[in-house]
Write a protein that binds this ligand. Structure first.
Ligand SMILES: C[S@@+](CC[C@H](N)C(=O)[O-])C[C@H]1O[C@@H](n2cnc3c(N)ncnc32)[C@H](O)[C@@H]1O
Length: 283
């Protein structure tokens, strides 16, 4: 007896036409550098169907037709925003933050004690937890009267607007934030938590596509470029890593995400391993 074919598609589900799938792959790559592989139909459905529905379109195929017809600028932005993943948390990768506190910063602080100046960049900052973790850590290290510059950048203006508010939900502060930091640097605001201005104002957020020239950003002692290179192809990774190299002062460090390496630009960085954390030092 023939095995019955079970259709797991919800009723009336319209598949993305293969031409439209390729169109979206190219479009998202051009607008963000993000690579959508061939078998990510579910991802496109989950992220883009709500965008289509908001505009009273029933399918992603309709959305593609509108995009092709040089659709409204805000629609283009919404598609890119919908395709970016903003997952982040406070002190994500604690071993790296420990390495920063114990290994990287003490000699750097000693070296800069007359200048009293340090600069950090959270590239692909998402909603700001990474940059604010650095800010809180530095305050905890007693660097209050130093000239500290922390820049957070992202491709998504929407997520940057959130980051600038410094307002976090209970769920967000439950993820990675030590209770001492919560007590010291946040105040209750309804169901949420508001980061105090003394920390919030330490970080400057701005829109920046990592594929742009990084020269206008200036120079940094430490760059966090975490959990974003994974979305790019080898070529894009290499260019970004080389550009980042140009923004870091000699002796400074690049910190990548756990699933990322600087292999694409291995000759530009020295890989340093310390207490379970991998760091990339600029020679
Ligand atoms: C998963 S989050 C990483 C957040 C944080 N760095 C962390 O590790 O927790 C990735 C971020 O990269 C941003 N992004 C994606 N493509 C980008 C690009 N071409 N330029 C700048 N940011 C980009 C997304 O908007 C998203 O907020």
């Amino acid at each position: 007896m023939a095995t019955p074919v079970i259709n797991t598609n919800p009723p009336n589900k319209v598949e993305i036409h293969p031409e439209n799938y390729r169109f979206l792959q190219d479009y998202i790559y051009k607008e963000s550098g993000i690579v959508i592989e061939r078998d990510k139909h579910y991802l496109l459905e989950a992220r883009l169907l709500p965008v289509a529905k908001k505009r009273d379109m029933a399918t992603i195929n309709d959305l593609c037709n509108l995009l092709r017809a040089t659709g409204p600028a805000d629609l283009k932005r919404q598609v890119v925003e919908a395709m970016t993943t903003h997952e982040t948390l406070f002190y994500r990768d604690p071993a790296q933050f420990e390495a920063l506190r114990k290994t990287i910063l003490p000699p750097l602080i000693e070296q800069r004690k007359s200048l009293r100046k340090l600069s950090f960049w959270s590239a692909a900052s998402s909603s700001g937890q990474e940059a604010y973790s650095v800010a809180m850590m530095l305050r905890g290290m007693g660097l209050r009267d130093w000239n500290i510059s922390i820049t957070g950048t992202d491709l998504s203006e929407q997520i940057l607007q959130r980051a600038r508010t410094g307002l976090f939900s209970q769920l967000e502060v439950n993820r990675g934030l030590p209770v001492q930091d919560l007590v010291m640097y946040f105040t209750r605001q309804g169901l949420d938590w508001q980061l105090k201005d003394e920390v919030r104002k330490m970080v400057n957020f701005r829109l920046f596509d990592l594929r742009q020239s990084m020269r206008p950003l200036g120079q940094f002692d430490i760059v966090f470029c975490r959990n974003v290179l994974i979305y790019f192809d080898q070529d894009t990774k290499k260019k970004i890593l080389e550009e980042i190299r140009g923004t870091i002062v000699p002796g400074g460090y690049l910190l990548l995400g756990g699933a990322e390496t600087a292999m694409a630009a291995a000759d530009k960085f020295e890989r340093v391993q310390t207490n379970g954390a991998v760091l990339y030092r600029v020679l």
